[in-house]
Design a protein around this ligand. Sequence first.
Ligand SMILES: Nc1ncnc2c1ncn2[C@@H]1O[C@H](COP(=O)(O)OP(=O)(O)O)[C@@H](O)[C@H]1O
Ligand SMILES: CC(C)(COP(=O)(O)O)[C@@H](O)C(=O)NCCC(=O)O
Length: 319
Amino acid sequence: MSTKPYVDLGRSEWSALRERTPLPLTAAEVEALRGLGDVIDLEEVRDIYLPLSRLLNLYVGATHGLRRALNTFLDDPHRPGRPTPQRGTPFVIGVAGSVAVGKSTVSRLLEALLARWPEHPRVERVTTDGFLLPKAELERRGLMSRKGFPESYDRRALTRFVADVKAGKPEVTAPVYSHLIYDIVPGERLTVHQPDILIVEGLNVLQPALPGKDGRTRLAVSDYFDFSVYVDARTADIERWYLERFRKLRETAFQDPRSYFHRFTDVSEEEALAYARTTWQTINEPNLRQNIAPTRGRATLQLHKGPDHKVQRLSLRKL
Ligand SMILES: Nc1ncnc2c1ncn2[C@@H]1O[C@H](COP(=O)(O)OP(=O)(O)O)[C@@H](O)[C@H]1O
Ligand SMILES: CC(C)(COP(=O)(O)O)[C@@H](O)C(=O)NCCC(=O)O
């Protein structure tokens, strides 16, 4: 008997589960998914992400069942001053993985697919980059070449944000990061309004809490997750995706004179890619090895992608 905490499923075993997913995609919905602006292989959506939306729908239902059981337990009329039964709170999903592994694409897909289920139509998504320290503060702390490392974030503010959403506060706001200016946008906030499901996407979302200096137990953002996904791939493939994305951005977003990377439109593609390769080798790959990959075994589900972004294998945590 395997003592591994995960059940491993091959692509075909997993995609066969699609037959049991009651919500097929209509032509209009397929069009809407294309409208997300991602390069999405629709067979991949059907075979991998539709069954995943079904699994998540089952988890949301089971969590509601647990809450009802807890309320029955707490709601003892003979006990004066008994706690108020728990109201429904958002189901929180974490999506972790390296820079350029495809977290945003997976999260946007899940956001669109989960919103189609009548039981949880309100799905909101946040990325943890809003909780990066502002550029001036990173410079002050000597952390500009550690961007994306755990210490480059205001981890307390991020945990507080998710705790507030999970607690059912009517409106919770977060700062906003702009890839255009490579910094937090002064004065801009995004607001989350009591969603049924919150997706929290970021490099370090599966990190455990740091021990408090005062010996008190702290909580990390991962302590609020009801489900988490780690997007996994070979490092060499992720580096290639990172460089490909940089090359595409040079032809598009970097053309904007306000872009922090605008200077790379004036140099040769080779020079621009040499810069991107250095960023990968000195920042993103060390962060993957030291901080991100070690959290893989904390996820509820690991998606293992092949060189073409297609999910080849999945590991699902046993209960
Ligand atoms: N399923 C996919 N099929 C094809 N290309 C993808 C897929 N997922 C991601 N990509 C591409 O890989 C790159 C990184 O994806 P992205 O979602 O931006 O990663 P992250 O949010 O992890 O940095 C992007 O250029 C994206 O278009
Ligand atoms: C903004 C990021 C830290 C990632 O953000 P997150 O996953 O926290 O939302 C990362 O994409 C980044 O910009 N890294 C800096 C190095 C680089 O330019 O690739």
